[in-house]
Ligand binder design. Structure first.
Ligand SMILES: [Zn+2]
Length: 107
């Protein structure tokens, strides 16, 4: 008997979640800023510094955390992992809801 393709796809999704264990919450944002030093390249108001941050709610309150330059790529990827985790959870819930509705119909 061939396997149920939905169950196979659910299984694949569940197994893929382990690779997302380093995920970070929030959104990854880039802020432009001037540093205030009069001789800096940012003093013209155009060539501003980039400050990367993650922005999220902590106990219902909006918070931002600066991301050190050397961690920017890593943190960007970890925030992206959370998006993939949420997408996988939504797909799994969709499969389970369809199965629930079908099962209910067959009672
Ligand atoms: Zn500057």
């Amino acid at each position: 008997m061939p396997g149920d393709p939905e169950l196979e796809s659910r299984g694949r999704l569940i197994r893929s979640l382990g690779s997302l264990r380093e995920m970070l919450p929030g959104s990854f944002v880039e802020r432009k800023r001037v540093c205030g030093r009069p001789n800096c390249h940012c003093a013209d108001g155009k060539n501003l510094h980039s400050q990367f941050q993650i922005s999220l709610l902590v106990e219902g309150k909006p918070k931002t955390f600066n991301v050190p330059a050397k961690l920017v790529e890593q943190v960007r990827q970890k925030v992206e992992m959370r998006r993939r985790f949420d997408a996988a959870a939504a797909t799994i819930c969709g499969i389970n809801l369809r199965r629930f509705l079908k099962e209910k119909e067959n009672q």
